[in-house]
Write a protein that binds this ligand. Structure first.
Ligand SMILES: Nc1nc2c(c(=O)[nH]1)N[C@H]1C(S)=C(S)[C@@H](COP(=O)(O)OP(=O)(O)OC[C@H]3O[C@@H](n4cnc5c(=O)[nH]c(N)nc54)[C@H](O)[C@@H]3O)O[C@H]1N2
Ligand SMILES: Nc1nc2c(c(=O)[nH]1)N[C@H]1C(S)=C(S)[C@@H](COP(=O)(O)OP(=O)(O)OC[C@H]3O[C@@H](n4cnc5c(=O)[nH]c(N)nc54)[C@H](O)[C@@H]3O)O[C@H]1N2
Ligand code: SF4
Ligand SMILES: [Mo]
Length: 743
């Protein structure tokens, strides 16, 4: 036997690149290249994908479960989980167990298919996820505007002629809430066809440098800028009245009335963007044939996150670009049935115990997790389940949360690493290597700029007795109910109930058929694969269990399209998506209109004098957990404090000196990197670093520890409508550390 080649989707970021893996006869991944036959990514790859082999073969990856730090068998580990959870639930009730779900859970097939069962089995209201450190404002905005928090329009990158991009840096991040392999190439293509790309960012990022125009904006003030764009469209009679939206939009007059107060001249002192530039930007947006406004994490993780997310899509509506080719469109993922009607979106069905923060999308803000752990009384959280998350580094005021984790009665983590978070866990359940894991991107194909499906079976078989992450999570769901047994039984229950519902529902492709008959038709693979097969067959491109013999099945996807299946450019589909009570797009939801009061208050008293902190991403990193890959941390330190040369001079530091950054919550010391790519008055530190904690097992990361920016972000500051964390625009003070410590 010699080398062999296998193909799979890269699970690391949202770009969904197809990879070509070379494996040796031991099953080790020896080389990774872009899969040139993937119809979506066409061979594109980034440094993270290219080093997937090192990640896959990382000697620090846990091979066995840990119970109190000791390697054990799976049965013992699950028994410890069953007992640990049962004991807390018995004594303190169901809400005493909290769940935290992290980012990689959205990049797996297992996360989206099994996590809900765990939360349901626990019966807790204390669900927390990385979404409230990320995109929750977008869910709330889309929930109120379109009725469905998952109906997130994406910029139709490949057909637009004008892209206004705020708070996104796809040249480093490879894109987010817009899955587009080779995002940089797609931006260049806009320019090549004569279009324009404008970037709004407090830093001149690599994306801003590539763009035709870059507008520096004072952090946290996008809502004012966006309001002034809306104002200008109305004031200059530039609002489009496209036929395809006629009679389908509510709230135009309300929005016009609100925007009256936000003339460009009034927002200039707050945003730092000249009034004539704002007017020109609005005119260009309205004048471009096909335009899209796209806001990403820089616009979400700030105090006006929901207002920003709303106004981005309000602009897409006002310019006639919503649900139109080249505008902002709704993807149509192959696994998502379109016949199911959803209940209109609402928030606040319950509230957090300590701060009274409203539930959003079934969860509570991670910004209040430490409160729930630390504050004594009825309902205090005593046990925690983490799945693919590292909140001890990633959450706002993570240092406080890290301390609180140490006080838990019981904690279980599903994670391949013993890291800053999982070192607190009594039980760690490691999922297998990426090469041993199947992939279908359930979460991200719903955000892709083309309709696309790809199934990657595991390229290396699992060792005997080792559960897939899917079965691991299913068994965890069972343990949470106090039971044990064959985890595949969970899938059987879900398949039976889904087929029963689908056959009973008028409008479904299998209406009136026998569930048993359909059950027998399912793919012959694992129970996870059977669930995916069911979803694809009930989906918009599916075979409807034979109703459309040429339609999609998992078997067909796997055998006929091993490099992925392109299902075409995005199609207008507002009618399929809309599920507001009114049946129309709500352009000016009353909760958003009420929150504009905060903008009015700030307009009256602009506070522009202090220094504020923002984040940044680097191409060779991914949140907190790729720092154990030697190739990715090699070279110069990227965990530096970027600051404008004028600010460096003011506090008396030069490149390489140490700066102390202090906020309400704490202090970090970081190496100064003066650069005029950052606005004066703004400093930037990346997140995901700080790997110097005791008790972890990530040797390479420890050598490149960096500092944790979330020691200075503030868990008390949130976007009130979504509960989202505020990582950008954090007030800080700077001070030169002298003498500079030798490192
Ligand atoms: N200051 C600041 N803080 C931020 C941000 C910021 O911009 N600035 N960004 C925020 C954003 S957008 C996000 S999404 C969050 C991320 O927050 P988290 O999701 O809490 O953190 P990650 O660093 O992504 O941690 C991922 C964890 O998953 C584990 N893991 C990796 N692969 C797998 C797998 O296949 N299965 C399982 N079960 N686990 C796996 C890793 O070992 C690691 O422990 O951070 C947020 N924090
Ligand atoms: N290489 C790499 N790729 C990643 C990740 C990673 O850590 N590293 N993380 C992944 C995850 S979890 C996510 S959510 C995505 C995020 O993907 P992106 O949203 O593209 O994330 P960033 O690269 O952080 O870009 C955010 C930009 O917002 C700017 N910004 C900060 N404050 C403000 C503000 O107030 N207003 C405006 N207009 N801009 C502001 C920052 O300077 C930064 O350039 O990336 C994903 N991809
Ligand atoms: S861009 Fe994202 S999906 Fe593509 S290879 Fe890099 S990490 Fe993987
Ligand atoms: Mo994220």
């Amino acid at each position: 036997m010699g080398d062999r080649t296998a193909f799979r989707t890269c699970p690391l970021c949202e770009a969904l690149c197809g990879l070509e893996l070379t494996l040796d006869d031991t099953g080790a991944v020896t080389r990774v290249r872009g899969d040139v036959k993937d119809p979506f990514s066409k061979g594109f790859i980034c440094p993270k994908g290219a080093t997937l082999g090192s990640l896959d073969g990382d000697p620090d990856r846990l091979a066995e479960p840990l119970v109190n730090g000791e390697a054990t068998g799976w049965d013992e580990a699950f028994e410890a989980v069953r007992q640990g959870l049962a004991s807390v639930i018995e004594r303190h009730g169901r809400d005493a167990v909290a769940v935290y779900i992290g980012n990689p859970t959205a990049h797996s097939i297992a996360g989206p298919l099994y996590v809900a069962a765990i939360v349901k089995a626990l019966g807790t209201r204390n669900l927390f996820t990385a979404s409230t450190a990320d995109q929750m404002p977008k869910h709330v905005a889309c929930g109120h505007m379109f009725g469905d928090p998952l109906a997130i329009p994406v910029p139709d990158l490949d057909r637009t002629d004008h892209l206004l991009m705020l708070g996104a840096n796809p040249l480093e991040s490879n894109g987010s809430l817009a899955s587009a392999p080779d995002f940089p190439g797609r931006l260049k293509a806009i320019q090549a066809r004569g279009g324009k790309v404008t970037v709004v960012d407090p830093r001149r990022t690599r994306t801003a440098a590539l763009a035709d125009e870059h507008l520096f904006i004072r952090p946290g003030t996008d809502a004012f800028f966006l309001m002034a764009l809306v104002h200008t469209l109305f004031a200059e009679d530039l609002v489009a009245s496209p036929e395809h939206l006629a009679g389908r939009v509510n709230g135009l007059d309300d929005l016009r009335a609100i925007a009256v107060d936000f003339a460009p001249e009034r927002v200039t002192p707050v945003t730092g963007i000249p009034a004539d530039v704002i007017r020109r930007t609005a005119r260009e947006l309205a004048g471009a044939g096909r335009a899209a406004v796209y806001g990403r994490i820089g616009t979400c993780t700030q105090a006006y996150g929901t207002l920003n997310s709303w106004l981005v899509d309000a602009l897409n509506v006002l310019t006639g670009n919503l649900d139109r080719e080249g505008g902002a469109m709704f993807p149509r993922p192959a696994h998502m049935p379109v016949y199911r009607r959803k209940k209109p979106f609402t928030t606040g069905r319950w509230r957090s115990r300590v701060r009274g923060l409203p539930e959003v999308n079934g969860e509570l803000p991670v910004a209040t997790l430490a409160d729930e752990l630390e504050t004594p009384g009825e309902g205090q959280v005593r046990a925690l389940v983490t799945i693919g998350g590292n909140p001890a580094l990633s959450s706002p005021n993570a240092a406080r949360l890290d301390r609180a984790l140490a006080g838990l009665e019981f904690m279980v983590s599903v994670d391949p690493y013993l890291n800053e978070t999982t070192r607190h866990a009594h039980v760690v359940l490691p999922p297998p290597r990426p090469a041993q894991t199947p992939h279908y991107d359930i979460a991200l194909t719903g955000l892709a700029v083309r309709d696309y499906a790809r199934y990657s079976p595991p390229v290396v078989p699992l060792p005997d007795g080792r559960p897939s992450e899917a079965m691991l999570l299913a068994r965890l769901a069972m343990a949470a109910t106090g039971a044990d047994g064959d985890p595949a039984a969970l899938d059987e229950v879900i398949i039976t109930s889904t087929l029963a519902k689908a056959t009973a529902l008028a409008g479904s492709p299998v209406h009136g058929r026998e569930p048993d008959e359909l059950r027998k038709m399912l793919d012959s693979g694992t129970s996870t694969e059977q669930r995916l097969d069911m979803m694809l067959r009930l989906g918009p491109y599916g075979d409807g269990f034979g109703a459309d013999p040429s339609g999609l099945t998992l078997t067909r996807l796997r055998t006929e399209h091993p490099h992925g299946l392109d299902l075409g450019a995005l199609k207008p589909r507002l009618d399929e998506v809309l599920c507001t009570t009114s049946g129309r797009v709500e352009l000016c939801p009353s909760t958003f209109a009420a929150d504009v009061d905060r903008l009015h208050a700030a307009l009256g008293a602009p506070q522009n004098d202090g220094t504020v902190l923002i984040g940044r991403r680097h191409l060779r990193s991914n949140n907190s957990w790729l720092h154990n890959v030697p190739e990715l941390v090699r070279g110069s330190n990227t965990c530096t404090l970027q600051l404008n040369p004028a600010d460096a001079e003011r506090i008396g530091v030069a490149a390489g000196d140490t700066v102390r950054v202090t906020s309400r919550t704490g202090t970090v010391e970081a190496v100064a990197e003066p650069t005029d790519t950052v606005m004066p008055g703004v400093v930037s530190l990346p997140h995901g670093w700080g790997h110097d904690r005791p008790g972890t097992r990530t040797a390479v990361a420890r050598e490149h520890a960096g500092v944790n920016v979330n020691a200075v972000t503030d868990e008390q500051e949130i976007d009130p409508l979504s509960g989202n964390a505020v990582f950008n625009g954090v007030p800080v003070t700077l001070e030169a550390v002298s003498p500079a410590p030798v490192s």
